[in-house]
Design a protein around this ligand. Structure first.
Ligand code: SF4
Length: 386
């Protein structure tokens, strides 16, 4: 086992250094005139961007137990979506929040603190929602970009249904750096099953129109969340959209809140599952979600982790506290200490989280194969409409 650890270490370190050396020579077809996103090309570009953003905070804290500021912040400006995707807990967690839009004063307070912090790199005005349902989105992007430091960028993650040419142009004029569209299918039949409630024709027409626009300043990524039911379409997806950047990852169970996860989860044999954890351990010794990311709900609440759709632990509220205060609170540091000691199981959300079980748990621990939902909050509530 020790030899395996060394081998994986060597591979990870070599990979990171080679990537560092070559990343400046990668130039994206979209966003090539934007220094913040021009080197983000394909799967490797996106993963490398996320990795290099999350690692410094982890290293700083593990070495010096120092104060941190999130490198990436997600802000939920509206708490609704227009879809009910098969791998998303939205339809059965919607009842946890009344329908609301973030007020301008709160949004400005968040923006002002973020732009004053050099560690903040990615500002994402989206979290557990469809951001284009917020009719003020262009103005919100513009406000952040007008005040931002040169290295600070805006990413929007959308299902693409509202990304009409007019809105796409307005967002580009407002200064959005990166738009990620969650597609997850390569034909109408699969799309209807996976992205329930959305129109395949509308999204395809928006993407076709987008591909003909001047995209020199905005990088476009199309995302594919692979599960047992759509994985065969990946090849076709890659072929069809080769002019955009593509990013694929496996479905995860959102801290144990995704129903029917056991029918979607990608299966690996015992050896490969453990090998993934050897690698995962070496790449991320602790979970980046509480060391480098933060997300803020529309009422200012800051739950521990954006993956936990049940918001089981709320750590503070940015209406009455600063982001820095919340991110360095005694409880936040207690959570970090638990993770540093490998005691994820002491945290309710992490205990059921596939991210922990697949990547961060000790490779010697048994693989998890029981993925039934344990959280009462998302167990049996009624399905609400959007
Ligand atoms: S392991 Fe915990 S902190 Fe990390 S993603 Fe899962 S629930 Fe969030």
């Amino acid at each position: 086992m020790i030899i395996l650890y060394w081998l994986v270490d060597l591979i990870v370190i070599t990979f990171v250094w080679v990537d560092r050396l070559i990343s400046r020579f990668r130039v994206s077809r979209t966003g090539y005139a934007n220094p913040r996103v021009r080197n983000m090309v394909g799967m490797l570009g996106y993963s490398s961007h996320s990795y290099h953003l999350s690692l410094p905070n982890i290293q700083k804290w593990l070495k010096h137990r120092t104060d941190l500021f999130p490198m990436v912040i997600q802000v939920q400006t509206i708490n609704r979506c227009n879809a009910a995707c098969e791998f998303c807990p939205y339809p059965y967690t919607i009842h946890l929040q009344e329908k609301r839009i973030m007020d301008d004063a709160l949004y400005t307070k968040i923006v002002d603190e973020c732009v004053a912090e050099k560690d903040l790199h990615d500002f994402v005005p989206m979290s557990k929602n469809e951001p284009l349902l917020d009719v003020k989105m262009e103005r919100r992007v513009e406000e952040f970009k007008a005040k931002a430091q040169p290295h600070q960028m805006v990413e929007l993650v959308t299902n693409g249904s509202g990304l009409t040419p007019t809105r796409a142009q307005r967002l580009m004029d407002a200064g959005v750096d990166l738009i990620t569209v969650s597609v997850n299918a390569s034909n109408e039949e699969t799309y209807k099953r996976v992205m329930v409630g959305l129109s395949w024709k509308q999204v395809m027409s928006n993407l076709e129109a987008l591909s003909k626009m001047n995209l020199s300043k905005v990088n476009i990524y199309l995302r594919f969340v692979a599960d047992q039911t759509n994985k065969r379409e990946l090849k076709l997806f890659r072929k069809r959209w080769k002019n955009f950047n593509l990013f694929q990852f496996n479905v995860n169970n959102r801290a144990g809140t995704v129903r029917n996860y056991e029918t979607m989860v990608m299966k690996y044999n015992d050896f490969i599952a453990r090998l993934r954890r050897v690698g995962g351990h070496r790449v991320y010794p602790v979970c980046p979600y509480v060391f480098s990311l933060m997300h803020v709900l529309e009422n200012g609440d800051v739950p521990m982790c954006s993956n936990d759709w049940a918001n089981r632990e709320v750590l503070g509220n940015v209406r009455t506290q600063t982001i820095r205060e919340i991110y360095n609170s005694p409880r936040m540091n207690e959570i970090r200490e638990l993770m540093a000691a490998g005691k994820f199981e002491k945290l309710e959300a992490c205990r059921e989280c596939s991210f922990y079980h697949d990547w961060m748990k000790s490779p010697l621990a048994p693989n998890k194969d029981d993925w039934q939902i344990r959280s009462q909050k998302v167990d049996e509530p009624p399905i609400a409409s959007t």
